[in-house]
Design a protein around this ligand. Structure first.
Ligand code: HEM
Length: 140
């Protein structure tokens, strides 16, 4: 089971690499007005979202669920795991929102400013701190 946990963390890092980098690309994309840069950002955003971020999310969650099911009696009634799973659920919604925003940029219908994306880029930090704190410190 330790190999499962090891790869759970490896793919979690992959997922967060995308969660931190994609909104940063959105910041620069929202500031761009030349066609070459705009087309380059569209390609980078699509490859990052579908090639790295989404596989990272899917494998992190599948390996996490594997450990959860194996240790169900241990994890099912501990508050730290409940808080972790609710926070991961919100993180999945944030991930899907990133996908929708990438589509808006693809079809040149983005409606947010680069300042808005700078704040949007900070959100995953809070998720990472809460999830890792719950899983490692287990305060409840
Ligand atoms: C549905 C999604 C997830 C499920 C079901 C899940 C479940 C689990 C389980 C059952 C463990 C083993 C805990 C133990 O050692 O007893 C674990 C470990 C861990 N998870 Fe997740 N996890 C999920 C998503 C995440 C995410 C998104 C992160 C990162 C932000 C994360 C970070 C960790 C870490 C750091 C450990 C190692 C904890 C340790 O060794 O003490 N997990 N996870």
């Amino acid at each position: 089971m330790l190999w499962v946990k090891a790869f759970h963390i490896v793919f979690m890092v992959t997922w967060f690499a995308g969660l931190f980098y994609l909104p940063r690309l959105f910041v620069y994309h929202a500031m761009s007005d030349d066609a070459t840069s705009i087309e380059r950002f569209k390609v980078m955003e699509r490859k990052l979202f579908w090639g790295i971020m989404t596989p990272g999310a899917v494998i992190t969650i599948l390996l996490g669920l594997w450990m959860l099911i194996q240790g169900w009696t241990r994890y099912s009634n501990v508050l730290w795991m409940h808080i972790k799973l609710v926070t991961v659920g919100l993180l999945v919604l944030y991930h899907i929102w990133c996908g929708k925003l990438a589509l808006d940029f693809k079809y040149d219908r983005n409606s947010h400013s680069h300042v808005w994306y700078r704040w949007f880029n900070e959100v995953p930090v809070a998720f990472l701190v809460i999830i890792v704190a719950m899983t490692i410190v287990r305060p409840f």
